[in-house]
Design a binder for this molecule. Structure first.
Ligand SMILES: [Ca+2]
Ligand SMILES: [Ca+2]
Length: 311
């Protein structure tokens, strides 16, 4: 098997966005060119077998670009300012919020929760500008990943930016950062040298988040070390939508630029979030995966875009 892991970091800017770009923010539009080649997708040692993490299979991927970090509130705000785009959560009037982050006032207005996951509540007035409901704001979080974006919202943003969502295979290749058969983008050990490599949950889920990694909620993108491809927060911080439909049945057959099933009801999301803890959501691994309907939105779900490499 030939693997070509040469990478080139390319800072590509969206022309109409340059006017507002400043020093720190100038980095937020960067794409990394991945050369593709063969890689091993999935795992034969699944942490959560029912999610369809296995079997491990050979995938050959053409070169592509992927954004070096999750799309931020700043970026998404620029998109909505330019286009007037209204997200699905804004149209529906509510979105799912993790109860542990709600104010007492908002909590007192709640009528329902998700039976299987009672820490999730649909909150009226929760949307990307108000991640914990109407009394919350993103003003101090412009460099955090945008949340409460549905798959369709993410599609709309990527299209506007002349990009697209990554396929699950592209996302996983990107996550692995050139390593083979490793759990995490940086290796097999969750905390090398005792350091945190991702924004996850520490403590007792869902009751007590000690936030030993510095964050009980999202973190500014690029707060934790990049992987071998120079990509940040591939696991943890916000879950990330991919373009694939969800399916848990895979074969060991070689695949070429796989795009997932033709149809489905749910879309694949990858990487886990700041809410993931091994006891409940051991999904902050590159092979891990989960799903939501395309109109779903939540306070831990975002995305990043990819783009075709010029041939
Ligand atoms: Ca954390
Ligand atoms: Ca992430």
């Amino acid at each position: 098997m030939k693997t070509n892991w040469n990478i080139t970091t390319v800072k590509i800017y969206i022309p109409e966005q340059q006017t507002k770009v400043q020093t720190r923010q100038s980095m937020i539009y960067a794409l990394v060119l991945l050369q593709g080649g063969w890689f091993m997708m999935g795992t034969d040692d699944p942490g959560i077998p029912q999610d369809g993490e296995g079997p491990q299979r050979r995938v050959r991927q053409d070169p592509f670009y992927i954004e070096e970090h999750e799309v931020t509130n700043q970026q998404f705000q620029h998109f909505t300012n330019q286009t007037g785009y209204i997200t699905e959560a804004e149209r529906f009037g509510d979105s799912f919020v993790f109860e542990g982050l709600l104010s007492e006032e908002v909590k007192s207005t709640l009528s329902s929760a998700v039976a299987a996951a009672p820490w999730w509540s649909p909150v009226k007035g929760a949307d990307w500008r108000h991640p914990e409901g109407p009394d919350s704001t993103i003003e101090h979080r412009m460099s955090h990943p945008v949340l409460h974006v549905s798959w369709s919202d993410a599609q709309a943003y990527c299209q506007w930016a002349k990009r697209r969502l990554p396929t699950e295979a592209e996302w996983e290749l990107a996550c692995r950062g050139g390593l083979q058969d490793r759990l995490y983008p940086w290796g097999n050990k969750l905390m090398p040298r005792g350091l945190h490599y991702a924004n996850l949950w520490q403590g007792d889920f869902p009751n007590h988040n000690t936030a030993e990694d510095g964050y009980a909620n999202t973190s500014p993108v690029m707060s934790f070390p990049a992987n071998g491809f120079g990509l940040y927060d591939m696991v943890g911080n916000a879950w990330e939508w991919t373009s694939d439909w969800w399916n848990v049945h895979h074969t060991t057959e070689d695949k070429y630029n796989p795009k997932g099933p033709e149809t489905g009801t749910d879309r694949v999301k990858k990487g886990g979030s700041y809410m993931c803890h091994k006891s409940y959501c051991y999904r902050y691994r590159c092979a891990a995966r989960s799903q939501n309907t395309p109109d779903s939105s939540a306070s831990n779900l975002g995305f990043r875009c990819a783009a075709d490499a010029e041939s």
